[in-house]
Design a protein around this ligand. Structure first.
Ligand SMILES: [Zn+2]
Length: 579
């Protein structure tokens, strides 16, 4: 005997067999019992929810030799022919491939003729929303004056695309997604009748994977059971469906909690070697995190259409993260899921996402845009980098030249030059646009210079390194303005160093001054080179530090360059020293 796919073999034969659509089967049964048959029906709903099956049952119910009856026998010649698709009175039209006016014109010709052996001619038009406008118009004419022996059943997954003029001529039935519970129940029946043994978890997985469609669930069961010898196990289903499985996902979750990105990437590598799909990894990790979130909130996963997960795991891993953490993580995973569709290197996308989860400081939870609030963790990190950089700067003899406060051209020569190495290129602080609020006088500028100097003298290197990136923007009797090229540094100064700076300013000027630090977002490209002016710039705009980047050993240069990269600032620019 030829092999019959499960979903065909187990296609519901009567309204009673329909799974999850009781509201529809009841109404249609009543209509047939009471003889109130409509001329046009619109069945709408997701794929695999039983629209075509219901149409076939209705056709049989109308044409069964023992009918019309809500329970067609399925055995008489009329029922058999409808089952086989050989009935002369039941027409199935796939609008996805027959979209045009010609098919509908043919249809209009044939509807006139009486049924061959049954009582009704039944036209089932699948995916009816695909018809062209002309075809819809032609169909509408038929629907307006249907012959008494004709029943139209229009099926669609997208009812909103069916013109209202058509919809208003139809009795509409909305098919709902079938719940995991209902699908599992159906699978249990099928498995029992097939004489197959199956683990409950195996059926669970199939039911969830089918995503509301019974036809898909039966196809999946078909695939899995064809390979199953003896019992259908969860492991077998996982293998056939390419599922990742709890153990791996739990391992991954633990690695994320412990912030062991190496372990997480190791798990990913192993899964990929095993032929698993990147998308599936992200999906199952999201499902697990969702379980943790729901478990935290409700203490149970019942009625949630989720994989059964052991309570002890949920209890243990549920403590790993706060609800906010879980929400941020799910958001990051969903972003990654969307990104991998277009990413030229999807594996890297997933790796970046996992790294971000392992290292929440840099995860999507922190807005990337400059100007957004910067959290303390990231600030602390930046500060550590800053002091490192400042220490390196201070260690350079060139810094000493600036400390001396001399601005003579001779002092601008790099220390490297003084030490006899080649003075190929100087790095100088680039003059920034001045704040125009307050005019800057020479004595005001001196306050700024002395402020920086004092910071160094008192060994406040992180503060110095921060302020040294700023540009004095003027002062009044009560206020002191500093401008930065990025909001990050301005924010750092105001949040962490303000008290110290205001105290120093008072010492230097003898009056209380309010510090104002502001920053502007930098363009991604470095600013254009300033036109070199031969006229001496005002002292306030003099470069205060000269660093010969080229002369630096790479191990010193790298952190500096990294720092500039992190801050997005191009404070230094390499210029040829023409003098
Ligand atoms: Zn029959």
């Amino acid at each position: 005997m030829a092999y019959i796919a499960l979903y065909r073999k187990w296609r519901p034969g009567t309204f009673g067999d329909l799974v999850g659509q009781e509201h529809i089967s009841r109404t249609l049964s009543n209509a047939i019992t009471t003889g109130r048959i409509g001329h046009a029906y619109l069945f709408s709903g997701p794929r695999g929810t039983g629209k075509t099956s219901t149409a076939k049952i209705l056709a049989k119910a109308l044409n069964c030799e023992h009918g019309p009856t809500p329970e067609p026998c399925g055995k008489c010649a009329a029922c058999q022919k409808i089952n086989d698709g050989t009935s002369m009175d039941v027409f199935e039209i796939d609008a996805a491939s027959n979209r045009g006016i010609d098919e509908i014109r043919d249809l209009r010709e044939t509807v006139k003729f009486a049924p061959v052996d049954g009582r009704y001619k039944v036209y089932i038009i699948d995916e009816v929303h695909m018809l062209t406008t002309e075809a819809f118009n032609a169909l509408l004419k038929t629907l307006e004056e249907p012959p008494a022996h004709v029943v139209f059943i229009l099926a669609t997954t997208e009812a909103h695309k069916v013109p209202p003029t058509i919809q208003s001529r139809c009795q509409r039935y909305d098919f709902k997604r079938i719940t995991v519970e209902e699908i599992r129940g159906r699978l249990e029946t099928v498995v029992a009748e097939m004489g197959l043994k199956a683990e409950a978890e195996a059926l669970d997985m199939i039911a969830i994977q089918a995503d509301g469609g019974l036809r898909d669930a039966l196809s999946l069961l078909d695939q899995c059971s064809a390979l199953a010898e003896g019992e259908l196990t969860a492991a077998r289903v996982r293998q056939v469906l390419g599922l990742i499985g709890h153990d791996w996902i739990y391992k991954l979750t633990e690695a994320i909690y412990a912030r062991k990105s190496q372990v997480a990437l190791g798990v990913l590598a192993e899964l990929l070697r095993d032929g698993k799909d990147l998308k599936q990894v992200l999906t199952e990790l999201s499902l697990h995190l969702r379980s943790l979130m729901i478990y935290q909130a409700t203490g149970t996963l019942e009625q949630m259409d989720l994989y059964a997960e052991p309570d002890e795991v949920l209890q243990e891993q549920g403590k790993f993260f706060s609800t906010e953490d879980l929400m941020a993580m799910l958001k990051r995973l969903h972003e990654a899921l969307a990104e991998i569709k277009w990413s030229p290197q999807p594996r890297i996308t997933v790796e970046v996402a996992l790294m971000a989860l392992c290292n929440p400081v840099t995860s999507g939870a922190v807005p990337q845009a400059a100007g957004a609030a910067v959290d303390d963790g990231r600030l602390a990190q930046l500060e550590a980098k800053l002091s490192q950089m400042a220490a390196q700067l201070a260690a350079r003899p060139v810094a000493a030249a600036a400390q001396a406060g001399t601005r003579a051209p001779a002092a601008q020569r790099s220390a490297a030059a003084a030490q006899g190495t080649a003075p190929r290129a100087d790095v100088s602080v680039e003059p920034m646009p001045q704040a125009e609020v307050v005019p800057i006088t020479a004595s005001d500028a001196e306050v700024w210079d002395r402020l920086l100097m004092t910071l160094k003298e008192r060994n406040k290197m992180p503060v110095f390194a921060c302020m040294n990136q700023g540009q004095f923007a003027g002062m009044s009797d009560t206020q002191f303005f500093v401008k930065f090229k990025g909001v990050l540094m301005a924010d750092l100064a105001m949040r962490n160093y303000r008290a110290l700076l205001e105290q120093l300013l008072e010492e230097l000027t003898g009056r209380p001054l309010h510090l104002h630090c502001s920053g502007e977002d930098m363009p991604l490209t470095p600013p254009p080179k300033p036109v070199k002016k031969k006229t001496a710039p005002p002292p306030a705009e003099e470069p205060s530090i000269h660093v010969d980047l080229d002369a630096m050993p790479p191990e010193e240069r790298a952190p500096l360059e990294k720092a500039f990269e992190i801050f997005g600032d191009h404070v230094v620019e390499i210029e040829d020293d023409k003098q």
